[in-house]
Write a protein that binds this ligand. Sequence first.
Ligand SMILES: Cc1cc2nc3c(=O)[nH]c(=O)nc-3n(C[C@H](O)[C@H](O)[C@H](O)COP(=O)(O)O)c2cc1C
Length: 158
Amino acid sequence: MNILIVYYSLTNVTKNVVEIFKENLSKKHSVSLFELKTEPEFKNNNIKKDFKIVGLPDIKGFDIVLVGGPVWAFGADFPILKFLESVENVKGKEFILFVTMAFPFKWMGGSRALSMMEKILKEKDGKVLQKFCINRMFKNVEKEAKKISENIISLIKT
Ligand SMILES: Cc1cc2nc3c(=O)[nH]c(=O)nc-3n(C[C@H](O)[C@H](O)[C@H](O)COP(=O)(O)O)c2cc1C
């Protein structure tokens, strides 16, 4: 399968997860990464609602698109939302969504973030195969990411 992973990461947590996904998924599939960047670039305490995404990936040639980013304020982060709203060729495409979050429970933003992301894709007739939440508190992110990679591999077995 031809897999694209589109992600946003402010403090590199999601980026590390994506690198673990790539390492594991590449054993069976062809994996490309696209990191979303904003203009202006956000800093930890300087997040604005007025921004642009610098360049959008073309998802057309990929069989599966993974999309992920951090949870912000009990929802999805703004760059991921803007990407999902802007991306074309979503109809019929299969997606797997994931988020990383600081708090220990999904209900502290993770579930809502994933639902917000899924809603946008469903409105564009995209198919969401699965959603994953990685909560960092009390958990080993690398181990979680590896486990999810295995899960994804079994999910997209042809
Ligand atoms: C503006 C902002 C809001 C956040 N809101 C939440 C939240 O509601 N729930 C949560 O669990 N973590 C929250 N976090 C923590 C991040 O989701 C978490 O640290 C994530 O793993 C960071 O991923 P990144 O390094 O890829 O940006 C927030 C972080 C930022 C910067």
